[in-house]
Design a protein around this ligand. Sequence first.
Ligand SMILES: *Cc1c(COP(=O)(O)O)cnc(C)c1O
Length: 358
Amino acid sequence: MSYQLNSKIRTLIPYEPICGDFEIRLDANESYINFPRYITDKIQEQIKSIDFNRYPDPYCKNLCKSVAQFYNIDENLITIGDGSDELIGVIINSFLQKGDNIITLSHDFSMYGFYAFLSEMNNIVVDKNEDLTIDVDRMIKTACGNDVKMIIFSNPCNPTSIGLDKQSVRKLINSVESLVVLDEAYMDFWNESLLSETADYDNLIILRTASKAFGAAAVRLGIAVANNVITQALKAVKAPYNVNSVTQKIGEIIYKEKNFITGNIKEIIKNKEFLANGLLKIQKNRPDVFTVYKSDTNFVFMKMENTNKSKEIFEYLKENKIVIRCMGSFLRVTAGSKDQCKKFLALFENKLSSMYGE
Ligand SMILES: *Cc1c(COP(=O)(O)O)cnc(C)c1O
């Protein structure tokens, strides 16, 4: 007799971020701006007052207040998670039952399909249009024809960087009986959020995160916003002490730093525009070689001719100590500082010249 892992998890391998000694990291959509000294000083000071022998506040009351103030929403409709990744897992696992139909999109954030698989859901993958925009009518038709219990997608989308306007998202939510989980991880960089309308819907959960625009990926802090009924259910099913006291304190501090955060967001968007415009300029001279998509996020997404070409560019950049993301024939580049974007653009153009000639 010997223990056997079940077939579902037997072949899984742990997630491996790109490791190595890179000068410039443009691979994970993080902010390139770390907390300044005055904020780390505040954090240090506040952490001293934590009762480390006690469990954390299961409802993160003070943190919810900070977040609610930042976004001008009702603090009672907020649930905090150990990153939004945890919330995605908890929501899929508990708001659905085994075998339920769930809609995910392709291409979209891979964790949705992963958790749906782990929780043994029936994942109906709806394709996006050729230009990577979302076909809302196709989603509605699929949802209504298949007794779909949940629709989950990112808006703006990671990895495509493309956003779906408010009007279309509202239409989707209003046209289906499914729970819509709207992952607005990058919405701090765009202005088509439904956050202020969450309480108007009986089938909407919006997710936000401190990992991107807030420059706090290390802290692990995710946010779910929904009406009262859903929020109560979410609080009931999550692990009671899912957010540690250190994270709660840090979150409380950074969501009060509205000027600092909004200033950073402006700067990141400016650099993203610089990066996108630089790529479009290069692309103008080589229209058949690659496509650059509209970006509503802090990163730029492009499609190379084929997988070999994207890989070659990815490897060349890596040799030059710059790391980006390569996904099949697509490349995803996070906006770094202006200087980092410049370095990337120069190397990218250089590589294209050697691949395709001057
Ligand atoms: C980065 C990202 C998240 C954030 O996850 P955290 O666990 O909060 O760090 C969630 N959704 C999408 C689409 C992302 O790209």
